[in-house]
Design a protein around this ligand. Structure first.
Ligand SMILES: Nc1nc2c(ncn2[C@@H]2O[C@H](COP(=O)(O)OP(=O)(O)O)[C@@H](O)[C@H]2O)c(=O)[nH]1
Ligand SMILES: [Mg+2]
Length: 222
Protein backbone atom coordinates (compact mmCIF):
# COMPACT_ATOMS: atom_id res chain seq x y z
CA UNK A 1 0.00 0.00 0.00
CA UNK A 2 2.84 2.36 0.98
CA UNK A 3 4.60 1.52 -2.26
CA UNK A 4 1.45 2.24 -4.27
CA UNK A 5 1.11 5.69 -2.67
CA UNK A 6 4.77 6.51 -3.34
CA UNK A 7 4.34 5.51 -7.01
CA UNK A 8 1.25 7.69 -7.29
CA UNK A 9 3.18 10.66 -5.83
CA UNK A 10 6.02 10.23 -8.34
CA UNK A 11 3.57 10.05 -11.25
CA UNK A 12 1.57 13.06 -10.12
CA UNK A 13 4.69 15.22 -9.65
CA UNK A 14 5.79 14.12 -13.12
CA UNK A 15 2.38 15.15 -14.50
CA UNK A 16 2.79 18.65 -13.06
CA UNK A 17 6.24 19.01 -14.65
CA UNK A 18 4.93 17.59 -17.96
CA UNK A 19 2.06 20.10 -18.01
CA UNK A 20 4.59 22.93 -17.61
CA UNK A 21 6.64 21.52 -20.50
CA UNK A 22 3.52 21.22 -22.67
CA UNK A 23 2.77 24.93 -22.11
CA UNK A 24 6.33 25.88 -23.14
CA UNK A 25 6.19 23.73 -26.27
CA UNK A 26 2.79 25.19 -27.20
CA UNK A 27 4.05 28.74 -26.76
CA UNK A 28 6.75 28.08 -29.38
CA UNK A 29 4.56 25.81 -31.54
CA UNK A 30 7.26 23.13 -31.40
CA UNK A 31 6.08 19.63 -32.28
CA UNK A 32 7.45 17.22 -29.65
CA UNK A 33 7.69 13.49 -30.32
CA UNK A 34 8.57 10.88 -27.68
CA UNK A 35 10.26 7.81 -29.24
CA UNK A 36 9.70 4.54 -27.38
CA UNK A 37 11.04 1.07 -28.10
CA UNK A 38 13.12 -1.82 -26.81
CA UNK A 39 16.89 -1.34 -27.03
CA UNK A 40 18.11 -1.76 -30.60
CA UNK A 41 14.82 -1.37 -32.52
CA UNK A 42 16.27 1.55 -34.46
CA UNK A 43 15.27 4.80 -32.72
CA UNK A 44 18.62 6.48 -33.29
CA UNK A 45 18.79 5.11 -36.85
CA UNK A 46 15.40 6.68 -37.61
CA UNK A 47 16.57 9.99 -36.16
CA UNK A 48 19.81 9.89 -38.17
CA UNK A 49 17.83 9.25 -41.36
CA UNK A 50 15.31 11.98 -40.56
CA UNK A 51 18.07 14.46 -39.74
CA UNK A 52 19.90 13.77 -42.99
CA UNK A 53 16.74 13.95 -45.11
CA UNK A 54 14.96 16.93 -43.55
CA UNK A 55 17.48 19.10 -41.68
CA UNK A 56 17.41 21.77 -44.43
CA UNK A 57 13.62 22.13 -44.38
CA UNK A 58 12.63 21.28 -40.80
CA UNK A 59 14.39 22.88 -37.82
CA UNK A 60 14.97 20.04 -35.39
CA UNK A 61 16.79 19.01 -32.23
CA UNK A 62 17.04 15.77 -30.30
CA UNK A 63 17.13 14.91 -26.61
CA UNK A 64 18.78 11.52 -26.14
CA UNK A 65 18.00 9.41 -23.09
CA UNK A 66 20.33 6.55 -22.19
CA UNK A 67 21.51 4.85 -19.03
CA UNK A 68 25.13 5.64 -19.91
CA UNK A 69 27.31 7.16 -22.68
CA UNK A 70 26.68 9.92 -25.21
CA UNK A 71 27.01 7.62 -28.22
CA UNK A 72 23.53 8.31 -29.57
CA UNK A 73 23.90 12.10 -29.25
CA UNK A 74 27.19 11.81 -31.16
CA UNK A 75 25.45 9.88 -33.96
CA UNK A 76 22.73 12.50 -34.29
CA UNK A 77 25.26 15.35 -34.28
CA UNK A 78 27.16 13.63 -37.07
CA UNK A 79 23.89 13.73 -39.04
CA UNK A 80 23.94 17.51 -38.63
CA UNK A 81 21.38 18.11 -35.90
CA UNK A 82 21.73 19.43 -32.33
CA UNK A 83 21.53 16.66 -29.73
CA UNK A 84 21.57 16.88 -25.93
CA UNK A 85 22.36 13.70 -24.05
CA UNK A 86 20.74 12.80 -20.73
CA UNK A 87 22.23 9.90 -18.75
CA UNK A 88 19.77 8.38 -16.31
CA UNK A 89 22.52 6.42 -14.48
CA UNK A 90 20.43 3.28 -14.29
CA UNK A 91 16.98 4.92 -14.45
CA UNK A 92 14.72 3.03 -16.87
CA UNK A 93 12.90 6.05 -18.35
CA UNK A 94 13.10 9.81 -18.86
CA UNK A 95 11.05 12.06 -16.60
CA UNK A 96 9.64 15.51 -17.35
CA UNK A 97 12.20 17.08 -14.97
CA UNK A 98 15.08 15.58 -16.96
CA UNK A 99 13.62 16.98 -20.19
CA UNK A 100 13.20 20.40 -18.54
CA UNK A 101 16.89 20.33 -17.52
CA UNK A 102 17.98 19.44 -21.07
CA UNK A 103 15.96 22.38 -22.43
CA UNK A 104 18.49 24.75 -20.83
CA UNK A 105 20.69 23.91 -23.83
CA UNK A 106 17.99 24.15 -26.51
CA UNK A 107 16.49 27.30 -28.08
CA UNK A 108 12.84 26.37 -28.58
CA UNK A 109 12.17 29.56 -30.54
CA UNK A 110 14.52 28.24 -33.26
CA UNK A 111 12.81 24.84 -33.62
CA UNK A 112 9.97 23.14 -35.48
CA UNK A 113 10.39 19.62 -34.07
CA UNK A 114 11.94 18.27 -30.88
CA UNK A 115 12.52 14.52 -30.80
CA UNK A 116 12.98 12.82 -27.44
CA UNK A 117 14.59 9.38 -27.72
CA UNK A 118 13.53 7.64 -24.53
CA UNK A 119 15.53 4.97 -22.71
CA UNK A 120 15.22 1.62 -24.54
CA UNK A 121 12.45 -0.14 -22.63
CA UNK A 122 8.81 -0.85 -23.44
CA UNK A 123 7.48 -0.67 -19.89
CA UNK A 124 8.56 2.32 -17.75
CA UNK A 125 8.70 5.07 -20.43
CA UNK A 126 5.04 4.41 -21.26
CA UNK A 127 4.02 5.64 -17.78
CA UNK A 128 5.82 9.01 -17.87
CA UNK A 129 4.38 11.95 -19.78
CA UNK A 130 7.08 14.26 -21.16
CA UNK A 131 4.73 16.95 -22.44
CA UNK A 132 4.93 15.49 -25.93
CA UNK A 133 2.36 15.90 -28.71
CA UNK A 134 2.69 12.30 -29.80
CA UNK A 135 4.40 9.04 -28.89
CA UNK A 136 6.15 7.14 -31.68
CA UNK A 137 6.45 3.44 -30.88
CA UNK A 138 9.18 1.58 -32.77
CA UNK A 139 9.44 -2.14 -33.28
CA UNK A 140 11.83 -4.23 -35.29
CA UNK A 141 10.75 -7.40 -37.06
CA UNK A 142 13.30 -9.45 -35.08
CA UNK A 143 11.31 -8.80 -31.88
CA UNK A 144 8.40 -11.03 -32.93
CA UNK A 145 4.86 -10.18 -34.01
CA UNK A 146 3.26 -11.16 -30.67
CA UNK A 147 4.25 -8.01 -28.77
CA UNK A 148 1.13 -5.79 -29.03
CA UNK A 149 -0.91 -8.09 -26.78
CA UNK A 150 2.01 -8.42 -24.34
CA UNK A 151 2.75 -4.69 -24.03
CA UNK A 152 -0.68 -3.05 -24.33
CA UNK A 153 0.28 0.06 -22.32
CA UNK A 154 2.93 1.05 -24.85
CA UNK A 155 0.45 0.59 -27.72
CA UNK A 156 -2.26 2.55 -25.92
CA UNK A 157 0.17 5.44 -25.47
CA UNK A 158 1.35 5.33 -29.11
CA UNK A 159 0.06 7.67 -31.81
CA UNK A 160 1.92 5.84 -34.57
CA UNK A 161 3.78 2.53 -34.73
CA UNK A 162 6.88 2.23 -36.90
CA UNK A 163 7.91 -1.34 -37.73
CA UNK A 164 11.60 -1.19 -38.64
CA UNK A 165 14.08 -3.62 -40.25
CA UNK A 166 11.61 -4.87 -42.84
CA UNK A 167 14.69 -5.84 -44.90
CA UNK A 168 15.07 -8.72 -42.41
CA UNK A 169 11.51 -10.09 -42.82
CA UNK A 170 12.67 -12.99 -45.05
CA UNK A 171 14.93 -14.22 -42.23
CA UNK A 172 12.26 -14.08 -39.50
CA UNK A 173 8.74 -15.40 -38.88
CA UNK A 174 7.38 -11.87 -38.49
CA UNK A 175 3.87 -11.59 -39.93
CA UNK A 176 2.97 -7.93 -40.47
CA UNK A 177 -0.76 -8.65 -40.81
CA UNK A 178 -0.84 -10.61 -37.56
CA UNK A 179 1.00 -7.75 -35.84
CA UNK A 180 -1.42 -5.20 -37.32
CA UNK A 181 -4.49 -7.15 -36.19
CA UNK A 182 -3.13 -7.66 -32.66
CA UNK A 183 -2.35 -3.95 -32.47
CA UNK A 184 -5.79 -2.87 -33.74
CA UNK A 185 -7.44 -4.90 -30.97
CA UNK A 186 -5.63 -2.73 -28.43
CA UNK A 187 -6.03 0.62 -30.17
CA UNK A 188 -8.26 0.69 -33.18
CA UNK A 189 -7.13 3.05 -35.95
CA UNK A 190 -3.51 3.25 -34.75
CA UNK A 191 -1.40 3.86 -37.89
CA UNK A 192 1.42 1.44 -38.75
CA UNK A 193 4.37 2.39 -40.96
CA UNK A 194 6.76 -0.30 -42.23
CA UNK A 195 10.33 0.91 -42.82
CA UNK A 196 13.94 -0.08 -43.13
CA UNK A 197 16.26 2.60 -41.80
CA UNK A 198 19.35 0.95 -43.23
CA UNK A 199 17.87 0.29 -46.69
CA UNK A 200 15.83 3.50 -46.81
CA UNK A 201 12.51 1.70 -47.39
CA UNK A 202 9.15 3.24 -46.43
CA UNK A 203 10.72 6.39 -45.05
CA UNK A 204 8.64 8.71 -47.24
CA UNK A 205 5.56 7.52 -45.32
CA UNK A 206 7.29 8.43 -42.06
CA UNK A 207 8.28 11.88 -43.35
CA UNK A 208 4.68 12.33 -44.57
CA UNK A 209 3.30 11.47 -41.11
CA UNK A 210 5.80 13.85 -39.50
CA UNK A 211 5.00 16.72 -41.87
CA UNK A 212 1.23 16.25 -41.37
CA UNK A 213 1.71 16.48 -37.61
CA UNK A 214 3.93 19.51 -38.01
CA UNK A 215 1.37 21.33 -40.17
CA UNK A 216 -1.34 20.54 -37.62
CA UNK A 217 0.85 21.88 -34.80
CA UNK A 218 1.56 25.10 -36.67
CA UNK A 219 -2.14 25.47 -37.41
CA UNK A 220 -1.63 25.29 -41.17
CA UNK A 221 -4.11 23.66 -43.55
CA UNK A 222 -2.96 20.61 -45.52
N1 LIG B 1 19.01 -4.78 -40.81
C1 LIG B 1 18.67 -3.61 -40.27
N2 LIG B 1 19.34 -3.14 -39.22
C2 LIG B 1 18.95 -1.95 -38.69
C3 LIG B 1 17.89 -1.20 -39.24
N3 LIG B 1 17.75 -0.06 -38.51
C4 LIG B 1 18.68 -0.11 -37.55
N4 LIG B 1 19.43 -1.24 -37.66
C5 LIG B 1 20.55 -1.64 -36.80
O1 LIG B 1 20.05 -2.00 -35.53
C6 LIG B 1 21.01 -1.65 -34.52
C7 LIG B 1 20.34 -0.80 -33.44
O2 LIG B 1 19.93 0.44 -34.02
P1 LIG B 1 19.80 1.76 -33.15
O3 LIG B 1 19.35 2.84 -34.08
O4 LIG B 1 21.04 2.01 -32.35
O5 LIG B 1 18.59 1.36 -32.16
P2 LIG B 1 18.07 2.07 -30.81
O6 LIG B 1 18.73 1.36 -29.67
O7 LIG B 1 16.57 1.86 -30.81
O8 LIG B 1 18.43 3.52 -30.90
C8 LIG B 1 22.14 -0.93 -35.24
O9 LIG B 1 23.19 -1.85 -35.44
C9 LIG B 1 21.52 -0.50 -36.55
O10 LIG B 1 22.45 -0.39 -37.59
C10 LIG B 1 17.22 -1.71 -40.38
O11 LIG B 1 16.27 -1.13 -40.95
N5 LIG B 1 17.63 -2.94 -40.85
MG1 LIG C 1 19.44 4.75 -29.53
Amino acid sequence: MKRLRATQRVLSSNDTAAAALRRRFAEHKVLVLNLLSSPGSGKTSLLERTAAARRDTVRMAVIEGDLQTDRDAERVRRAGVQAVQINTDGGCHLSADMVAAALAEIDLSALDVLFIENVGNLVCPAAFDLGEDAAVLLFSVTEGDDKPGKYPTAFLKADVVVVNKVDLVPYTNFDTERFRQDMQKIKSGLPLLAVSCTQGLGLEDWYGWLEDRLRAKKGLAR
